[in-house]
Design a protein around this ligand. Structure first.
Ligand SMILES: NC(=O)c1ccc[n+]([C@@H]2O[C@H](COP(=O)([O-])OP(=O)(O)OC[C@H]3O[C@@H](n4cnc5c(N)ncnc54)[C@H](O)[C@@H]3O)[C@@H](O)[C@H]2O)c1
Length: 266
């Protein structure tokens, strides 16, 4: 018996990092099947190799509404319904600062990062809303410590993750009482998170930044950098009707303690 027995989910950006860990955990919790909207054919092949027909990969771009629509339709065609949307695909700005970034690049990075991190969530919600209403399901969006605090990126990323908090609140308001809408806010996590082409960071990887793991560990009270799996229980809890029936517009922080950042000297 799992917490998500027979449920059906759709995860955006589920080919790597936190999204992939969520796909694995949902299936381990008994999900009937998981649709995955992702960009990379190689990641799609790896998912199919690992899970066979229990995953339904759809190649697409979260900035394009038609791609979300295809992903929802393919997931429902494969498994008969949709219980949970996990909006998760994102890009980071690699701490690009206001004054050190050329104005043109700053403007272009805003468009690219907001398109993926905010519009991508909005369009996923729009495409999934009708199916989730039918199933009395829920949406869960991946936020960040940067949804609440400065210092988890540059101004563009931090603003985009703050914007996603507003999206969760408004959608929870609009879609109640049929659909619950919640978030999970990880802190620094060992993933290959990339940046925008507008900043020349499309091939950069967060996990390749020298000293990043130690810097994250030094910045939070719990003193370690998370692995993607460390966050997945929060997604399971929020997806579970039995355990989160009364929870909407909530955000579970999974960030090592940014709220009480800094470590007491002992
Ligand atoms: N890694 C961290 O330290 C950290 C911390 C807080 C929040 N997050 C958030 O976690 C989420 C997942 O990121 P991750 O760290 O697992 O990195 P990741 O790069 O492994 O996952 C992001 C996924 O989004 C996909 N993606 C990016 N742009 C896309 C697009 N236009 N269309 C379709 N897919 C696209 C990527 O291909 C990738 O698979 C993001 O929203 C990120 O902002 C990450």
């Amino acid at each position: 018996m799992g917490w998500l027995d027979n449920d059906v989910a759709l995860v955006t950006g589920g080919g790597s990092g936190i999204g992939l860990a969520v796909v694995r955990r949902f299936l381990a919790e008994g999900a009937r099947g998981v649709g995955v909207l992702l960009r990379d054919q190689r990641q799609a092949g790896a998912l199919q190799e690992e899970f066979g027909e229990r995953v339904c990969p759809v190649i697409g771009d979260v900035r394009v509404y038609a791609d979300h629509e295809r992903a929802v339709n393919a997931t429902v065609a494969a498994y008969g319904k949709l219980d949970t949307l996990v909006g998760n695909a994102g890009v980071w700005d690699f701490f690009s600062s206001l004054v050190k970034t050329e104005p043109d690049a700053l403007a272009a990075s805003f468009d690219e990062i907001f398109d993926v991190n905010v519009k991508g969530y909005l369009l996923a919600a729009r495409a999934a809303a009708a199916e989730l209403r039918k199933s009395n399901g829920s949406m869960i969006f991946t936020l960040s410590n940067a949804s609440f605090y400065a210092g988890g990126g540059g101004p563009v990323y931090v603003a985009s993750k703050h914007a996603a908090v507003g999206l969760i609140k408004q959608l929870a308001y609009e879609l109640a009482p049929h659909v619950r809408v919640n978030g999970v806010a990880p802190g620094g996590t060992a993933t290959p998170l990339k940046g925008p082409a507008a900043l020349g960071k499309q091939d950069a990887r967060l996990s390749n930044i020298p000293g990043f793991e130690q810097a994250v560990a030094d910045a939070v009270p719990l003193a370690f950098m998370a692995q993607p799996e460390d966050h997945t229980g929060h997604y399971v809890l929020l997806a579970s009707r039995a355990n989160s029936r009364a929870t909407t517009a909530a955000i579970l922080q999974s960030d090592g303690g940014w709220e009480v950042r800094g470590r007491q000297k002992k």
